[in-house]
Design a binder for this molecule. Structure first.
Ligand code: PMP
Ligand code: GLN
Length: 383
């Protein structure tokens, strides 16, 4: 995690956002929306601050937010949660992931199986826990796994199968068959399923199936989500994790010494968000889908090979048809060539597998329509 000179290596997202700021390029790199979320949610935070909700909230989270998370899981997925035992509020999904991994794995005999490419914090947290990361490749062109690869990867050493669905960076939504196999393997090898579902509401032409709702899954599954994606409040850092009481208690034991508690006045605001009518959630997906289509069309026009994502903020494009052989080099040159910032997929891949994803680039679609239009007009110079 440290560079050769002893300084912290910035994440690829920080590095690429800094590059966009420095060059004035359109930032389709880091996945954050450039428009505010619902006014009701923003107003609820202002009101909480004005009304003195500014001190440490309870460690598990404010009771009303815990209740709203439980109501949300019931409304959308039919899951019954006891808000005080089955839910924990965290400082973003990032802290939920870190606390769960630090709580549940320890040392090189514990293996964490993950689909690759994977979100960057997974490998970092597995390293912090000194555990071993075992990867299962997502195969092109549709970035689905070969289930035989998955079966080979999961053994009695596997403590956690870590799933991210919908998937960052590929935009894949896993099929039911894959999710069921994850549960079957976890049962067979007595592993825990840790599932990062932060893009749960951002699915297109697909239905989100929480792993925890599959037969046999609940008692061994921890489900993570985040308000950042659903309410366009990535800077508020309110996330949550839900699952059986014994696993949640283990995560809480670590969380309390990472951040103690999370984001006082934002908690009632996110409770308001979680109680918005269904239309809010479907409109958010429909709006992002239109942006995905605009971006995909522009990327194709510019000469990229484009796979159409079924969820998440992201679209993966292959720069090989444009003559690229190294996506990292291509992305470093892109601001000067076309005035756009994007992220090489190799940033989400362990060093020994980078060759398999060498020419792929991730573009974020969670930006205003005029920003995407500007970006695709700029990218047309590549054609
Ligand atoms: N998991 C995935 C798959 C993500 O894409 C992100 C970030 N955007 C996170 C976790 C982190 O979420 P948060 O900002 O809530 O910490
Ligand atoms: N999750 C966002 C992305 O994938 C960014 C998060 C971050 O900056 N760490 O772009």
């Amino acid at each position: 995690l440290l560079g050769r000179d002893g300084t912290a290596v910035p994440t690829i997202f920080a590095e690429m956002s800094a590059l966009a700021t420095r060059t004035g390029a359109v930032n389709l790199g880091q996945g954050f929306p450039d428009e505010d979320g619902p006014e009701e949610v923003l107003e609820a935070a202002r009101s909480a601050i004005a009304h003195g909700v500014n001190q440490y909230p309870p460690g598990r989270g404010m009771p009303d937010l815990l209740q709203a998370i439980a109501e949300h899981q019931h409304r959308f997925y039919g899951v019954h949660l006891d808000p005080q035992r089955h839910v924990l509020v965290t400082t973003g999904a990032t802290e939920a992931l870190a606390a769960a991994l630090l709580a549940l794995v320890d040392g090189p005999d514990d293996e964490v199986v993950v689909f690759e490419p994977y979100y960057d914090s997974y490998a970092a947290c597995v390293a912090l826990a000194r555990a071993r990361l075992v990867t299962v490749p997502l195969r092109q062109p549709d970035f689905q796994p070969d289930l035989d690869d998955l079966r080979r990867a999961v053994t009695d050493r596997t403590r956690i199968i870590l799933v991210n669905d919908p998937h960052n960076p590929t935009g894949t939504v896993f099929g039911r068959e894959t999710l069921e196999e994850v549960v079957r393997l976890a049962e067979r090898h007595d592993a825990i399923v840790l599932t990062d579902e932060v893009y749960e509401h951002l699915v297109f032409e697909a239905v989100h199936t929480p792993i925890a709702t599959l037969p046999g899954a609940w008692e061994r599954t921890l489900t993570i989500s985040s308000a950042g994606k659903t309410f366009a409040t990535t800077g508020w850092k309110i996330g949550w994790i839900s699952g059986p009481a014994d696993l949640i208690d283990a995560v809480l034991a670590v969380k309390q010494f990472l951040t103690y508690v999370s984001g006082g006045p934002f908690q009632p605001a996110i409770a308001t968000g979680l109680r918005l009518p269904d239309g809010y959630f479907t409109d958010a997906a429909a709006s992002l889908r239109a942006k995905r289509d605009l971006l995909g069309e522009g990327l194709r026009h510019a000469g990229f090979g484009v796979s159409t994502p079924r969820g998440s903020y992201f679209t993966v494009a292959d720069a090989a048809p444009l003559g690229a052989t190294d996506a990292a080099e291509f992305c470093r040159a892109l601001p000067a060539r076309a005035g756009v910032v994007a992220i090489p997929l190799t940033a989400f891949v362990s060093p020994e597998h980078r060759g398999d994803y060498a020419t792929l680039v991730r573009f974020a679609a969670c930006k205003r329509v005029d920003v995407i239009e500007d970006a695709v007009a700029r990218l047309a110079v590549l054609a």
